[in-house]
Write a protein that binds this ligand. Structure first.
Ligand SMILES: Nc1nc2c(ncn2[C@@H]2O[C@H](COP(=O)(O)OP(=O)(O)OP(=O)(O)O)[C@@H](O)[C@H]2O)c(=O)[nH]1
Ligand SMILES: [Mg+2]
Length: 426
């Protein structure tokens, strides 16, 4: 339904600068996005503007330049490094006689190619349908031109209404399915939370090396490639951390600056694992010239998905690309690890990362409110022994309410010894 271009297709790229000093890196990132989508760039058209033009986004002269570039190169698609309004897309397509895909459309296409799990695919399709819904006026006419339209009815009012209805039905269907998947996911998360199995979530700018690190840590075979957004769905694995025990490690989709806002919403569910993680490993490409901006972009997205309060350990990756660099741990005033310098590729520094994980995770505190029935008095005295009780009160039915606080390691040991404990959590 969304084959707006095929891998191997050839494109004219358009990138407009809005400031005086030309930011070469932004264009480079756009080019790697394009090659991640499997599209070959034949020509790049750049220009400068103070503000987007309402009709074509670019000015009329620039629009004609783009049209000429399409004719000269024989490109079959124009890719814009900006968000276009449906009208701008339509006007450009009419002028250039060529399909136009904007930045949102491009990122959605990459997501669609990369989505692996059922849930990921559903979420991408939902975002695509919503993006398309705003462009419906012309969406199907160009599909018909390609001979790939739905049905053989002619264009016009009736066709448009049918399309709208189909689109609405499909969106409802996907929302229903997503709700079911999300419920199952939530159950898994809740049982992990009850046993207080810590979850460590890898986050970071796209291409920082998260999946490579994930593989090193788990020795698992997760798809890692030199492409942006190689991972779309969080992948969960169990790992074993000394003095902490079983821990869940989650790989996640890479973040990127100027992430279209409706995409953030679409992927919020996918990032649930991240939002409820015990600890975030913020993976950073230490060899990237834009290191500061990448960190800031990730922080912004973390804020948007409400994960900015979660304790974070920074992983400065790719030290093999730096000169004479040995792995090390940086610590704060309280001697807690805050940064680990390593190479996910060569494996240098991985033992240091495990050491830092032990230190950070075993320092975590478990806090719970419990409701103990009268027959569970023995448990109450255990908590007294452990000096873990912050507050105690009587419930009307004779059970005892407890607010407890203790090192997570002790709590988990207790959960193993007293399996009934999880049932008493309020
Ligand atoms: N030199 C070097 N390259 C690395 C290192 N870690 C990862 N890479 C390379 O960086 C590229 C991206 O790695 P991935 O692990 O796919 O990155 P990612 O953060 O998971 O990317 P997305 O999932 O696309 O956001 C790959 O080509 C890796 O081989 C490292 O320590 N050193
Ligand atoms: Mg990845």
């Amino acid at each position: 339904m969304f084959d707006r271009y095929d891998a191997g297709e050839q494109a004219v790229l358009v990138h407009i600068y809005f400031t005086q000093d030309k930011d070469k890196e932004d264009l480079e990132e756009f080019e790697s996005l394009v090659s991640s989508a499997g599209v070959e760039a034949l020509q790049v058209v750049t220009g400068s503007r103070k503000a987007p033009h309402p009709k074509y986004f670019v000015g009329e002269g620039k629009a004609i330049e783009i049209a000429d570039a399409v004719k000269a190169t024989g490109a079959s698609v124009i890719l814009f490094d900006h968000a276009l309004s449906p009208a701008q897309e339509r006007n450009l397509e009419a002028l250039c006689e060529c399909r136009v895909v904007d930045r949102t459309g491009l990122i959605l296409d990459i997501f669609a190619q990369r989505a692996r799990t059922h849930e990921g695919k559903l979420q991408v399709e939902l975002a695509q349908l919503r993006h398309m819904a705003t462009r419906l006026v012309r969406g199907w006419t160009h599909l018909e031109r390609q001979g790939g339209g739905i049905g053989s009815r002619g264009p016009g009012e009736t066709q448009l209404e049918t399309d709208r209805r189909l689109l609405r039905n499909r969106i409802m269907l996907i929302l229903n399915r997503l709700e079911r998947v999300e419920k199952q996911r939530e159950q898994g998360r809740r049982s992990r939370a009850k046993a207080d199995i810590p979850t460590v979530s890898l986050v970071g700018y796209t291409n920082a090396g998260k999946s490579t690190l994930f593989n090193q840590i788990t020795a698992a075979d997760v798809y890692a490639a030199d492409q942006l957004f190689a991972t779309l769905d969080p992948t969960l694995r169990r790992i074993n951390v000394a003095d902490v025990g079983e821990t869940i490690l989650a790989d996640t989709v890479g973040f990127i600056r100027h992430l279209p806002h409706d995409l953030v919403a679409a992927f919020k569910a996918t990032l649930q694992e991240t939002r409820q993680a015990t600890l975030l490993l913020h993976v950073i490409d230490a060899s990237d010239l834009r290191i500061e901006e990448n960190i800031a972009a990730v922080d912004t997205v973390l804020e948007e998905i409400e994960a900015n309060e979660i304790p974070t350990l920074m992983v400065m990756n790719k030290i093999d690309m730096l000169d004479d660099f040995v792995p090390r741990i940086d610590r704060d005033d309280e001697n807690m690890p805050i940064r680990v310098w390593l190479s996910a590729q060569t494996g240098d520094g991985i033992p240091l990362l495990f050491q830092a994980l032990t230190e950070r995770l075993s320092g975590e505190i478990a806090q719970h409110t419990l409701c103990l029935p009268p027959q569970a008095g023995r448990l109450r005295s255990r908590f007294y022994q452990l000096q873990a009780i912050e507050k105690e009160w009587m419930e009307e039915d004779g059970s005892v309410g407890l607010q407890i606080r203790m090192p997570i390691v002790d709590w988990r040991r207790l959960c193993k010894q007293e399996p009934a404990l999880a049932d008493y959590i309020v």
